[in-house]
Design a protein around this ligand. Structure first.
Ligand code: APR
Length: 241
């Protein structure tokens, strides 16, 4: 059983935590879904219909991560400090497909919607790091088959990754923290309800504005993540929650 004095902490993050690093969110007025139809670039049907357009969409979003023209911000770094300093387990479950948590120093991390810096082969199912453009002419380095390499990203209608591990972590945490997510997309949007149903964890939302699930949280704080997250981490490490 987890150490009740230092219970495990589960942190759900969304696009809002990367916004101040210069990466767009999805549903803000200037967000990604205001510029491109998710049906065209974030569904298996869209990929089957026009794989080149989907590859171009992810190739463009992969570039600032590869050339590191975007960097982790104070919120990413604060979460890495929490993981380092908290005696109990700290697990980040991110919906983000960027690598800013890793570059900010976090290690115990699940990318439930996949990763932009990886691709997978639909023929041999290999998942591999990927830094250059992928196209319909890309040859899988594992099996040699051409045209079956796709972004290692979970699209709408597909199963998020590592759900068993996530459910287990939600079931034993003492603090559930949600940062920078609008609470629009399940199963992530339902995590707070799952934690509340178990009745043992404190639930906190740190966001720019109330999410769709705001009323489910025991505590909410609104503002930029680079202000809220370092302050909350300092509080947890000095006087708990
Ligand atoms: N600090 C904190 N929160 C912020 C900031 C900021 N600087 N800027 C924006 N936000 C908040 C917005 O108010 C919004 O509630 O971040 C949230 C971003 O919401 P979305 O754009 O919907 O992103 P997200 O919740 O991560 O989307 C979930 O939907 O499209 C799919 O797969 C995609 O993983 C994504 C999922």
């Amino acid at each position: 059983m987890p150490d009740s004095a230092n219970p495990p902490i589960v942190i759900l993050t969304g696009a809002g935590i990367s916004k101040e690093s210069g990466l767009d969110t999805f549903r803000d007025a200037d967000g990604i879904w205001a510029k491109v139809r998710l049906e065209d670039v974030a569904t298996p049907e869209g990929y089957a219909r026009d794989p080149e357009t989907v590859h171009a969409f992810y190739n463009a979003r992969r570039k600032p991560l590869v050339d590191q023209s975007v960097a982790p911000n104070a919120a990413h770094v604060a979460l890495a400090r929490l993981e380092e300093a908290w005696p109990g387990e700290v697990l980040i479950v991110t919906q983000n497909i960027d690598d800013l948590h890793e570059r900010g120093g976090s290690r115990n991390l699940i990318h439930m919607h996949g990763e932009m810096l990886k691709v997978r082969c639909d023929f041999c199912h290999a998942v591999m790091p990927w830094a250059e453009d992928a196209t319909v002419k890309t040859k899988c380095p594992e099996c040699g088959v051409t045209g079956q390499v796709r972004p290692h990203v979970v699209w709408f209608g597909e199963m998020p990754l590592e759900m068993d591990r996530i459910e287990a972590a939600l079931g034993r945490c003492g603090l559930f923290l949600s940062i920078g997510t609008s609470g629009n997309v399940y199963p992530a949007a339902g995590f707070v309800q799952q934690v509340r149903y178990l009745g043992r964890a404190h639930t906190v939302e740190l966001n720019l504005e109330p999410s769709e699930g705001a009323t489910a949280f025991a505590e909410t704080r609104y503002g930029p993540a680079t202000d809220l997250v370092p302050a909350f981490v300092e509080q947890v490490l000095t006087r708990g929650w």
